[in-house]
Design a protein around this ligand. Structure first.
Ligand code: KIV
Ligand code: ZN
Length: 388
């Protein structure tokens, strides 16, 4: 049975790079873009070309050099932005302009100082102009989740009529809850998409830690594109993390029946490390999927379970994200089984008495030290058991 595809739109180089302190050089952006292509993302949002000469050049070089994904550039709904995006994307095999304008009352009144009918006219004009400058046009009503639903339906229907083929629904301020976001997507699917060849897209920020959950609620209700970044980097608390949604859809294929992405998950870890290294943003140890502890086990009960059957405490394998093996950490929470197993791996076949003495010494040291490494074990066995 062929599965329905969710397009992965990676915005690490645009929204991700907007994280305070995360700026990348042009060369670094191209290096990341090549790795994203290897990872198998469908669309790379390479930058916001009008915003600076470096943003323009990075987008232009991605369009010229990166094969595979569609290359996208961001533009506000005005000619200057759209022309810059079109110029930067000229060399792309498949190009996309992503144009946006805010639709929520607070953004229209205080930021844009425009009435809804003026905003609607600007959106339609921008999409019409973008159509002549790129192969595909995506439209975002910024702050969609705090916008009036009737106005959202009206503006989205108007931009579809003007030629937009992807409708992105940003939760710009990370405010929405999963069931609410799912409801918005379902309603737009019914009132705007219908049987048209138009894709609804999720774009969720993580201010309440709900970006991945909201994106998945969107997919469950008809969205077929997810906008996300590697390691979830982005403005404030970041964007939806690519690795989280991709692995959720893969691991819980029972819940996302007949839906999949084209991501080569074995490239996830390498991509995550590259982005962390180049941005200088370290990854929290407990970060889902790519954190140092995501596949590490220390407590006696867990290690014992894993040694008997991996599935007791692991819902996916480290190999599936391109990481070597699960890590059994030896420390104060370790039990005898993990300790004996590591001794065996190091080549020590201890008698029950030796094992008991070494384990007691191990616990004594583990109380003072966060982690016991192989060299500590060698010393414990040498000193305490073999008297060396
Ligand atoms: O979060 C947001 O609203 C954006 C738009 C530009 C799509 O990043
Ligand atoms: Zn955003």
């Amino acid at each position: 049975m062929s599965s329905e595809k969710v397009t992965i739109f990676d915005t690490t180089l645009r929204d991700g790079e907007q994280s305070p302190g995360a700026s990348l050089s042009i060369e670094e952006k191209i290096e990341v873009a090549h790795q994203l292509a290897k990872l198998g993302v469908d669309v790379i949002e390479a930058g916001f070309p009008v915003s600076s000469p470096a943003q323009f050049e990075a987008t232009r070089l991605c369009a010229e050099n990166v094969d595979g994904p569609t290359i996208c550039g961001l533009a506000r709904a005005n000619s200057k932005d759209l022309q810059a995006a079109g110029d930067a994307l000229k060399a792309a095999k498949t190009s996309r302009i992503h144009t946006f304008i805010a639709t929520s009352p607070v953004h229209m009144e205080y930021k844009l100082r425009k009435k809804p009918d003026e905003v609607l006219k600007m959106a339609v004009k921008a999409v019409e102009e973008a159509k002549g400058l790129a192969d595909e046009v995506e439209f975002s009503p910024e702050d969609a989740c705090r916008s009036d639903m009737a106005f959202l339906v009206e503006i989205l229907n108007a931009v579809v009529e003007a030629g937009a083929t992807t409708l992105n629904i940003p939760d710009t301020v990370g405010y929405i809850l999963p069931y609410e976001y799912g409801k918005i997507i379902a309603e737009l699917n019914e009132k705007v998409v219908g049987d048209k060849d138009v894709v609804l897209s999720t774009h969720c920020h993580n201010d309440l830690g709900l970006a991945a959950a909201n994106s998945l609620a969107g997919v469950s209700n008809g969205a077929r594109q997810i906008e996300c970044t590697i390691n979830g980097i982005g403005e404030r608390a970041g964007n939806c993390a690519l690795e989280e949604v991709v692995m959720a859809i893969r691991t819980r294929s029972d819940a996302f029946e007949d839906i999949d992405t084209s991501i080569n998950t074995k490239e996830i870890y390498r991509t995550s490390q590259l982005v962390s290294h180049l941005t200088g943003f370290s990854i929290q140890p407990n970060k889902a999927i790519v954190g140092k502890n995501a596949f590490a086990h220390e407590s006696g009960i867990h290690v014992d379970g894993i040694l008997k059957k991996r599935e007791t405490y692991e819902i996916m394998t480290p190999e599936s994200i391109g990481l070597g093996e699960s890590r059994m950490v030896l420390g104060r929470h370790s039990g005898r089984a993990g300790f004996v197993d590591r001794c065996k791996t190091l080549g020590y076949d201890l008698s029950p008495e030796e094992s008991k003495a070494a384990y007691e010494k191990f616990l004594e040291i583990a109380d003072k030290k966060k982690e016991i490494f192989d060299e500590d074990l060698v010393a414990i066995i040498g000193d305490e058991v073999r008297g060396g």
